[in-house]
Design a protein around this ligand. Sequence first.
Ligand SMILES: [Ca+2]
Ligand SMILES: [Ca+2]
Length: 279
Amino acid sequence: MKQFIRKIVSVTTAAIMFLSATALQAVAAEAAKGDKYDLTGIDLSKATVKPTVLITQQNIRYNEAKDNPVRTIQIYIKDAEGKYANAGFSVKVDERLELVKDEDGEIAYAGPALKRAMFTAVPEGDNGFRAIIAGSDAKSYDGVMFEFKVKLPEDFVSFEKYPIDIYYNKDTDLFTNELMDEDGKLMEAWIFSQGIIPGYICVGSDPSHDIPPKGDVNLDRKVDSVDASMILALYSKVSTGKTEPTKTQFRYYDYNGDGMIDSVDASNVLKVYAANSTE
Ligand SMILES: [Ca+2]
Ligand SMILES: [Ca+2]
């Protein structure tokens, strides 16, 4: 029973997640993972450039994940056009994900936002890399800064999130402009302390687990006396003219598929129940 409730909860959560895939992009940004950015002496209200760095949030169907386990992840920037030049920070993917190199052996490659900048990705441990950007303010753009590929594990778990995050290291990292001046420092403080929207991959449920067994009328994945009595209850309502069965009801209640919902279906269900209980 517990498992069933968990499943219902996760199915509902997933439905909400799929519905709000675009709304999720509007969730409040947060700090980078890793070191906390030291805001001592920094007045963020003075920041004139307040970019957001977003990582792909991908909700995919089970079969899609099975067919295409290698997924492309993008790192975007917005509200920073013409304002940034030099950056260095880490990207880490969930340890169950595998970073997939391209045919040139590169972990990540630049997107349109960095088309006039230098971009390098240096491997960092098994599940991450350090992104290094060197360009000029005038030729920096909003949009996809870079992208990379990850592979889902063969035994991926439905409705579990595989997080993808940006990490800040106080000793090495930066996200500033060409002059590395006050404006650049404020932009950097903004991004690392509250400008990141983390990413993830989340796979939907295995559809083969979602088909209720034949005779399961209340859809709790069990065929038992509850289902039989529900069939009898509907039969009694139908035979007294109180209701007409719907198409959906026919699909679940008419066990023997003879176009009638009656006591024969109920006794068939009870037989299945009896057979299952003596197994
Ligand atoms: Ca049932
Ligand atoms: Ca029938």
